[in-house]
Design a protein around this ligand. Structure first.
Ligand SMILES: Nc1ncnc2c1ncn2[C@@H]1O[C@H](COP(=O)(O)OP(=O)(O)OP(=O)(O)O)[C@@H](O)[C@H]1O
Length: 654
């Protein structure tokens, strides 16, 4: 990262404090141009006008400051953001100094910087940062603008490196205690860095031709720039992990992996999926997450793939040949640059789950919502859903208001800790700290903050507030975990899918549920979904593993990471979007119904199981999307089941 100029506009590049519109004076911009040219510094907009980052960048480029010099803006909302659609919600800060501090705290790679502003508040803030900002503050005189003397001071500041001590001051002032969370399932190890010696030793043995009968080979972080051609001798290998190396190609010999089912190539440097993979006859799961993919050749995807992970790449399009993946069930495409999906995707009739958040889609192939098995879709952060009316903003909670305690949960999206919040010191809360936005399966955590904050329902985990960037988080009602205790603890209704179940949740061996538990759980989940869809919000990830339940079946749906507002898709699509999620509900109901265990002779529970399975499979999961009921209707159907089971009109025992 080069040196950075934090740039104010009014009173720096013009000679007024309160310009009613964005205007620049040629002679002043000329001074900035030479400063940028001579120092190679990048610009981060700290100006009031920073909501219009692209426009400012364009205007500067018209003045000869090259495109790409503006590399970003400081965080923090002001009134100019009200005129920009599709900006993720973010808090307002107390001062410009605080905004700059937070930016610096999250960009420790910055070598040096200068703050160019006509107001001292850009460097003083509330006084907590002090010297590190003040010593790099160059104040212009409003009526004069950027002077030669100012430019000379800027050059001095840019020549002085930011020390590690100063960096830690920024971190502390931004309230960024380093997270102490751990990742028990190793879900998102994207950290490059040190080589894994065990993996390195394995790769040496591979090159020496000593590994032949392996079924599982882990070369993650083995420091590989090239995969040894001897890989092709591993004809019995079923799982290969080559993640977090610097690979950009695969040897032709890879075609010898005739048993390979699972290939992980996360965090490598591939720009294209190697066509040799097309020849693997058993390939089931393929991951190129967090590479540099810009292109997928038409002949690269093996037709046997069921699970395709291309999250966090640079793809603008998919090959038409994706339609040849007749068994594709799960397709992860979050955080790419997709402008459109090929119509051939509709030939993937087994597709159950697709993640498309944070792309550039302005349309979907006609018939997308009619895919017969589609149940989980994520679309947030695309132009096609951007015109939704803004949701009410969350209550922003400053990190200093929270005392973070032990970790109580972890998932792909983040880590959940117990915490005490000064606003309600007697009632502990749960704090979900999100992982880095770009790499997570569901996309930018801001989507979860936006949707979660808009919901209030007894069967939805209540969002109490949110912590701002750089460590985005959610403050949630705390559900004391420990479902087993009859005293009323909470626990996950199911476990996430595994390699075999692909898109379907799993349950510990021997799990059974009682009829009242199942009826109460389904009734609550359906009610929560009816509440969501009444606001044209889709959960996108409705699963047992995202539902917490009490010992008596009372559920609370959580994890709105994949949620999105589908109102902008229009009146024709809306009922179908809801019914796609009804299929997810049907899957959940089927999983619970199959785990009912009627005792011999218990005809009422046996009848409930038959009827529930019938409803789940025929009505809620039915192949004709439009013929499925809405969630409001599903609520009534469950009530009818409960009435028949308890042989009584409501109220039921809940
Ligand atoms: N409000 C809460 N109270 C107590 N525990 C919670 C709460 N919210 C979440 N948890 C625990 O943390 C786990 C992870 O939470 P959550 O599903 O929201 O994370 P995630 O990272 O988005 O997961 P996923 O991998 O499904 O995307 C939950 O399964 C649950 O065990």
């Amino acid at each position: 990262m080069p040196s950075v100029i934090f740039l104010d506009l009014d009173g720096v590049l013009n000679r007024t404090r309160d310009a009613p519109h964005l205007r620049l004076d040629d002679d002043l911009v000329a001074r900035l141009r030479s400063l940028v040219r001579d120092t190679g510094a990048a610009i981060v907009l700290s100006t009031f006008w920073r909501a219009f980052e692209e426009y400012v960048s364009y205007v500067l480029s018209r003045h000869g400051i090259p495109h790409g010099t503006v590399i970003g803006r400081t965080p923090g909302r002001n009134s100019s953001f009200d005129f920009v659609t599709a900006t993720a919600s973010e808090p307002a800060f107390r001062s410009r100094a605080e905004e700059i501090t937070v930016w610096l705290a999250t960009h420790p790679e910055v070598a040096s910087f200068v703050i160019l502003d006509d107001r001292p508040s850009a460097a003083n803030g509330d006084g907590t940062v002090g010297e590190p900002l003040a010593s790099r503050f160059v104040q212009t005189e409003t009526s004069v603008g950027l002077s030669d003397a100012n430019v000379a001071r800027c050059r001095e500041a840019l020549a002085s490196k930011v020390s590690d001590a100063e960096k830690s001051v920024f971190l502390q002032a931004a309230g960024l205690a380093p997270p102490k969370s751990h990742d028990p399932r190793g879900l998102v190890d994207t950290a490059p860095g040190s080589v894994n010696e065990e993996a390195q030793a394995l790769s040496r043995e591979l090159s020496a031709g000593k590994l032949t009968a392996l079924t599982d080979l882990n070369l993650k972080k083995a420091g590989l720039a090239a995969l040894p051609p001897q890989i092709g001798e591993l004809a019995s290998l079923t799982k290969l992990d080559i993640s977090l190396n610097t690979l950009s190609t695969l040897p032709a010999e890879t075609s010898g992996l005739s048993s390979l089912r699972i290939l992980f190539s996360l965090g490598n440097e591939f720009e294209s999926i190697p066509s040799v993979l097309r020849s693997l006859p058993r390939l089931y799961m393929l991951s190129f997450k967090s590479n540099r993919l810009t292109h997928i050749p038409e002949d690269a995807l093996a037709p046997t793939i069921e699970w395709l992970i291309l999250t966090d790449n640079l793809l603008e399009e998919l090959p038409a040949s994706i339609g040849c993946l007749k068994t594709l069930r799960k397709c992860m495409l979050t955080n790419n640059r997709l402008l459109a999906l090929p119509d051939s995707l509709l030939q993937c009739r087994e597709l159950e789950l697709i993640r498309l958040a944070d792309n550039r889609l302005s349309d979907l192939p006609r018939g997308f919502w009619q895919l017969p098995k589609l149940a989980w879709a994520g679309l947030a952060g695309n132009p096609l859903v951007a015109r939704a009316a803004p949701l009410p903003p969350p209550r922003w909670v400053a990190p200093a208001e929270l005392e973070v305690g032990e970790q109580i949960g972890a998932g792909g999206g983040g880590f959940v800790h117990r915490a005490v919040w000064s606003a309600q010191p007697d009632e502990p809360v749960a704090l979900k700290l999100f992982r880095d936005a770009g790499t997570v399966t569901d996309g930018d955590p801001a989507h979860e903050i936006d949707v979660g904050s808009a919901l209030t329902h007894p069967n939805v985990i209540r969002v109490l507030g949110a912590t701002p960037r750089p460590q985005l988080g959610l403050v949630l009602e705390l559900l004391q975990l420990n479902k087993a205790s009859a005293g009323g603890g909470w626990g996950e209704l199911g476990k996430p899918p595994n390699f075999d179940t692909c898109a379907r949740d799993t349950y510990p061996a021997g799990t059974t549920f009682g009829a009242p538990f199942v009826l109460r759980a389904l009734s609550g989940v359906a009610a929560a979904c009816a509440h969501l869809h009444a606001q044209q919000l889709s959960h996108g990830d409705l699963y047992a593993h995202n539902t917490l339940v009490r010992h008596d079946g009372e559920p609370k749906v959580g994890d709105f990471g994949a949620a999105y507002n589908y109102a902008p898709l229009g009146a024709e699509a809306a009922p179908l979007v809801e019914r796609v999620e009804v299929r997810a509900f049907g899957c959940l109901a089927e999983e619970l119904a199959t785990r009912l265990a009627p005792a011999a002779g218990d005809e009422s529970e046996a009848a409930l199981q038959r009827n529930l399975l019938g409803l789940a499979r025929e009505a809620w999961m039915g192949a004709a999307v439009g013929a499925r009921p809405s969630f409001a209707e599903a609520c009534q159907q469950i009530e009818a089941l409960a009435r028949a089971y308890f042989e009584a009109p409501p109220p039921f025992p809940w």
